[in-house]
Design a protein around this ligand. Structure first.
Ligand SMILES: Nc1ncnc2c1ncn2[C@@H]1O[C@H](COP(=O)(O)OP(=O)(O)OP(=O)(O)O)[C@@H](O)[C@H]1O
Ligand SMILES: *[C@@H]1O[C@H](CO)[C@@H](O)[C@H](O)[C@H]1NC(C)=O
Ligand SMILES: *[C@@H]1O[C@H](CO)[C@@H](O)[C@H](O)[C@H]1NC(C)=O
Ligand SMILES: [Mg+2]
Length: 307
């Protein structure tokens, strides 16, 4: 009896201790960037995105190893649906925060979910400002991800701008250590055109360099009638450090994604099931079926119907 109670007490204390340990603080214990982890993940888990992988590794490593950066790191990810923009932002978070994407220092805003109504723009402005300020004062090494950035109201973008700027010590809070990542489909058509041209010219996909895309991308994103980013001065003021292109995924990347998804779901690898799934989906150009129209997006949900 006594021994039983003693054991129970030890277990309870242990649980209490573990619970104590689990509290996430803004220090090196919980925020510990791993360059090798990020490199490994980008090389082995993100398929077909050599340009994005290189830019991400260089900029994030440089930024995280700098104890006193001059400005926050601002990256803008572009590409058509299912090419890995959200996934890549998760890989970055995973290699910075011990609690990965569920870290309380990682903030994901989905523009259509968080800020849906035009008429409420003034409320959103105050709210967003308070959120950024509150979270950065909590922890300067915070990460803010804005999904569907191209649908963001220009007035809201204006609210973020001061935080992205060189302004030395705005509100006495160190914004310079934060990471901002914008995700959007804007420019995807342009990126697909460039990639398709390389393919048509018989050149290797791996020959594509950032410079082959970046200028056209920034022009198409910011001069395009349909792009919400058009009216913003994010670009003239050079607030975005890099425009990161995500190329359309090829058939072979689709197969890779399928195999990875099977492993995630604990299924044995089965190439033929993924091929059957691919047969149901559209690829472009129509005749040659080289690039996936929806990237790897629908694989996770559709896979169960093909095994
Ligand atoms: N390049 C890739 N390498 C490996 N897996 C990928 C890649 N692209 C997409 N995937 C897989 O497909 C899923 C969906 O991709 P993700 O959400 O990152 O696309 P996205 O570019 O953000 O698309 P959207 O513009 O629709 O938000 C990911 O969770 C991942 O499992
Ligand atoms: C940070 O991670 C490295 C390995 O990448 C490890 O050696 C080190 O002890 C970690 N630091 C802290 C404070 O946890
Ligand atoms: C931090 O941001 C989240 C949204 O991700 C918000 O709900 C929360 O209130 C913010 N925290 C502070 C202290 O402002
Ligand atoms: Mg996404």
């Amino acid at each position: 009896m006594l021994i039983g109670a003693g054991v129970a007490l030890v277990v309870a204390l242990g649980a209490l201790w573990t619970f104590r340990e689990e509290r996430e603080d803004c220090n090196e214990k919980w925020i510990n960037f791993s360059k090798y982890g990020l490199k490994y993940d980008l090389e082995t888990k993100l398929y077909g995105q050599h340009v994005a992988a290189q830019v991400i590794l260089k900029t994030v490593t440089g930024f995280m190893n700098n104890e006193n950066p001059k400005k926050p790191l601002v990256l803008s990810f572009h590409g058509s649906t299912g090419t890995g923009k959200t996934f890549a932002s998760q890989l970055i978070a995973k290699n910075i925060y011990k609690k990965k994407t569920i870290s309380s220092f990682v903030h994901l805003f989905s523009v259509t979910a968080h800020f849906p109504h035009k008429e409420k723009i003034d409320t959103y402005k105050t709210q967003l400002q308070e959120w950024i300020r509150g979270n950065v004062s909590n922890c300067p090494r915070s990460m803010f991800i804005f999904d569907e950035m191209d649908k963001m109201h220009p007035g809201l973008i204006d609210i973020i701008k001061p935080y992205l700027d060189f302004s030395d010590n705005l509100d006495r809070v160190l914004y310079k250590k934060a990471i901002f990542i914008f995700l959007s489909d804007a420019g995807g058509v342009k990126i697909n055109e460039v990639t398709m041209k390389f393919w048509r010219d018989g050149r290797e996909r791996e020959e594509i360099q950032l410079k082959d895309i970046e200028k056209e991308l920034s022009q198409s994103v910011f001069n395009n009638e349909d792009s919400g980013l058009r009216h913003t001065s994010l670009i003239d003021k050079k607030l975005v450090d890099f425009f990161v292109p995500f190329l359309p995924l090829e058939y072979k990347h689709f197969i890779q994604c399928g195999l990875a998804e099977m492993a995630r779901q604990g299924l044995p690898p089965d190439n033929s099931a993924i091929k059957r799934l691919a047969d149901e989906l559209t690829f472009f150009p129509k005749e040659e079926r080289v690039f996936s129209d929806q990237g790897c997006k629908l694989i996770a949900n559709k896979l169960p119907f093909f095994i």
